[in-house]
Design a protein. Structure first.
Length: 327
């Protein structure tokens, strides 16, 4: 197998769209530009056999203390095959091509269709980076069918928000980004999670296919979501809501109007981007958001998870020890 760097945006995106899945935006050309905006080093690499491209990987270098680093392939690599052996070979060739002595391990997330057969022989399963379970809504259905498949309480809350006069807007102005950040800080404090820094979301909104959806009531922004459109899928990537006026159910109408917009724009799927895996440690802490998302219907999908391919065993052990001490 030969590793090549791909510099043609259309060629790259076409391959990812043809061979990827719902969350393929994480391997898109645009996501590479996002990494560039964040100041991260990355590679767009392809694997060729007999002159034919059989796989691609957006590979991101993440720096660690003490001059060390690791490679990360979000929801990838994306290939034309489903073979563990070939994927293992592809990853090995990528490591050889990059040839960086500071790298401790490569972290990758096989796509949904990948078959896990003795993968632990070549890589170690670790805690998920991207959600292992998600909820996908088929937008090929009519609005009436979509509403009919919802939980009755969800439909009720949508209609309640409409009656109360909640309005939904789709924009990406500086003010919208500020409103999202303000609400995200409220949400993170309320739900006890750690958000990215402000620059992360600002840079993301510089992408053409990303926008903010906001729900407003009596002049106040009560909820805001970051939506990314790519391929056949609109993805609800980040959400935030106010502690105020929760009785008007602004987040419910915000989701429904966003779903309708995605359908009207011709997208086939709406990805709710993460629910708690049944019986997992997140089941309790994610109970509210999981219940909220499931209220809109959709089909649950499960991804194989996140794996580390160890390059330096000693440093990898030291890295894991350091994480336990810090976190």
């Amino acid at each position: 197998m030969k590793i090549v760097e791909i510099k043609d945006k259309i060629f790259w995106n076409n391959f990812v769209k043809q061979n990827g899945e719902y969350s393929a935006f994480l391997q898109s050309w645009e996501w590479g530009e996002f990494q560039k905006n964040l100041g991260r080093k990355f590679w767009r690499l392809g694997g060729e056999e007999d002159g034919q491209l059989i796989g691609v990987a957006l590979v991101i270098k993440n720096n660690l203390p003490l001059g060390k680093s690791y490679l990360y392939i979000p929801r990838g690599p994306i290939t034309t095959y489903n073979s563990q052996l070939e994927t293992h070979n592809f990853l090995e060739k990528i490591i050889e091509y990059i040839n960086d002595k500071s790298i401790i391990f490569m972290r990758f997330e096989p796509p949904q269709q990948f078959t896990i057969d003795n993968l632990q022989l070549t890589a170690k399963k670790v805690g998920a980076v991207q959600p292992e379970h998600s909820l996908i809504l088929d937008l090929g259905k009519s609005e009436e069918e979509l509403l009919g498949a919802m939980h009755p309480k969800t439909r009720y809350n949508i209609h309640l928000a409409e009656k109360r006069g909640v309005k939904v807007y789709f924009r990406k102005e500086k003010e919208d980004a500020e409103n999202f950040w303000r609400l995200l800080q409220e949400t993170a404090s309320r739900d006890e999670f750690r958000a990215h820094d402000k620059n992360y979301y600002q840079r993301m909104l510089e992408l053409e296919n990303v926008y903010v959806a906001t729900a407003e009531y009596q002049g106040k922004v009560l909820a805001a979501n970051i939506i990314i459109n790519w391929g056949e899928t609109a993805t609800y990537l980040h959400g935030a809501s106010s502690n105020q006026e929760r009785q008007v159910m602004a987040p419910h109408l915000l989701q429904w109007e966003t779903i309708k917009r995605a359908k009207a724009e011709g997208y086939k799927y709406y990805d709710f981007w993460g629910i708690a895996p049944p019986g997992s440690s997140k089941a309790k802490s994610w109970a509210g958001i999981t219940r909220f998302k499931k209220g809109f219907g959709g089909e649950e999908v499960k991804y194989p998870g996140t794996y580390d391919k160890v390059i330096s065993a000693w440093w990898y052990q030291f890295y894991n020890l350091g994480r336990k001490v810090i976190f």
